[in-house]
Design a protein around this ligand. Structure first.
Ligand SMILES: [Zn+2]
Length: 113
């Protein structure tokens, strides 16, 4: 259940942003996750809804955007998007890879009034 831990961290970020932006009520939270974070969106949404109960973000809608994993090959320099958890270079087959995108985890924006 790492979704719960993530939801708690994001709650703090959302509430801080809300108070900075003088929002009395948060109506929508747009979250971006890299695919490497391996989150289950439904569980995260549920966990977040529980976390923000009795705060200004209670009842806020959560929109989740998943960013695909992008890697670069240390052997031949090819950049590629990982599909179906195939962690090997598409060109030369090397497993010596570096992650460029895919471990992100952040609140992209919040909306409220
Ligand atoms: Zn390669």
């Amino acid at each position: 259940m790492h979704e719960l831990k993530i939801a708690e961290d994001l709650k703090d970020i959302v509430l801080e942003a809300a108070s900075k932006g003088n929002l009395k009520k948060v109506t929508r939270v747009n979250v971006t996750f890299g695919q490497m974070v391996q989150i289950v969106p439904e569980i995260f949404q549920f966990a977040f809804t529980e976390c923000v109960r009795d705060t200004s973000a209670e009842g806020a809608e959560v929109t989740i955007e998943i960013v695909p994993v992008k890697m670069t090959c240390n052997e031949c320099g090819t950049e590629f998007i990982v599909k179906d958890n195939m962690f090997a270079c598409h060109k030369c087959g090397s497993a010596d890879l570096k992650i460029i995108n895919g471990r992100e985890l952040f609140v992209k924006s919040i909306e409220g009034e």
